[in-house]
Design a protein around this ligand. Sequence first.
Ligand code: TGC
Ligand code: FAD
Length: 387
Amino acid sequence: MPNTQSPDFFDINSLLSEDERQVRDTVARFVDDRVLPIISDCFENEKFPMELATEMAELGLLGPTIQDFGCAGLNQVAYGLIMQELEQGDSGVRSFASVQSSLVMYPINRWGSDEQKQRWMPALAKAEAIGCFGLTEPDGGSDPGTMKTIAKKDGNDWILNGAKMWITNGSIADVSVVWANTDQGIRGFLVEKDTKGYTTRDIPHKFSLRASITSELFFDNCRIPDTNRLPTAEGLSSPLSCLTQARFGIAWGAIGAAMACYREASEFASERILFGKPLSHKQQVQVRLADMLRRITTGQLLALQLGRLKDEGRIHHSQVSLAKWNNVRMALDIARDARDLLGAGGISVECCPIRHAMNLESVITYEGTETIHQLIVGREITGVAAF
Ligand code: TGC
Ligand code: FAD
């Protein structure tokens, strides 16, 4: 019988290696035991569960595809499964792991000097150091090529001025990967927490990603030694390459949020008696559940093939865009519909769909809005950039 419970309707489990299954099941247990019991409270009280950072590190969930520095050296499908399972818990918990792995460890490992790698990579892998990624600015995130943050060369140093906004983990970061314009184009800098002139401020009043820290970063004549510049990162393609890694993880993560919402809605539908029958006996409810399962299954297959292509080194960033667009839209629609199926109870944070729906409002905006991903695919089809 096809598995409609987890759900795994097309037996994707059988397409995974033993190692991939083991990684998935380990993270699923962690989410059941450590994330789900506390996450509603964290969300309600706008608190990032910092204690989970070390536990994620101990499980090897930070920089898991990296081969050195004590990292697990897993394949891309395993990385995707980690993101899927973490986001069954909460998008904020997945965000923490995404940023640390794809947006901080990835650029340092790819473009950093040996000294930068030795200093930061082992500490980031163990969550002894936290990182953040500063690309978006207050005047608009979709067009980072026009960033206003500037670094000017001064002897062996750079003087950094500007601001970044909506930065995950900003105020708790020991190291910020900051992208700035220079006379030679865009460059990446490692800005350390105690740098003079560098300040952060958390963004309050969020109705989304409440179990995640989001901050502004300010640079007022910060003196950054040239040894803190990522030496081989050149141009906009460097930060955009980091986004490709993170978007890949989000395409998987969103499936987890959708699976959690679908499960809660289908359990409720089989228990709730209305008009003398369980809700699940109603035609219209079956259609809604079937539609959720159809969309989740499509997203699962899409993500798996994306992961296999990435493992073979054959991925194009427009494929990642299509997957991020498809899977986040799928998850957001399912979260909203599951919320509705739960009736009034569905507006309580005690049910997961409202929390996932609110989180997914951020997920559909960050790492490239839905429109940006549609336009990236449109450019691929037509050869014309219509941004
Ligand atoms: P464009 O001319 O397209 O590209 C400039 C250069 O970059 C290359 N490139 C990429 N390389 C790798 N991966 C990608 N995804 C790439 N996209 C483009 C491109 O080939 C070119 O290379 P070269 O060698 O020819 O110079 O640049 P554009 O200015 O036209 O911009 C295109 C656009 C709109 C697609 C891009 O700006 C974009 O993606 N905008 C969206 C910005 C965005 O997604 N920001 C996310 C910020 S980080 C975040 O949200 C973290 S959330 C964290 C969490 O999980 O909590
Ligand atoms: P804008 O770029 O101003 O877009 C506004 C609207 O215009 C959107 O609907 C967009 O789709 C639309 N639009 C844009 N261009 C076009 C076009 N050409 N045609 C038609 N419509 C268009 N950024 C980081 O750098 N690091 C982080 O860690 C990070 N974490 C985040 C965490 C959270 C919780 C959130 C919400 C955001 C985070 N971001 C981060 C920022 C995120 O990447 C940006 O919000 C996103 O890129 C969109 O930028 P914007 O909000 O300035 O919207």
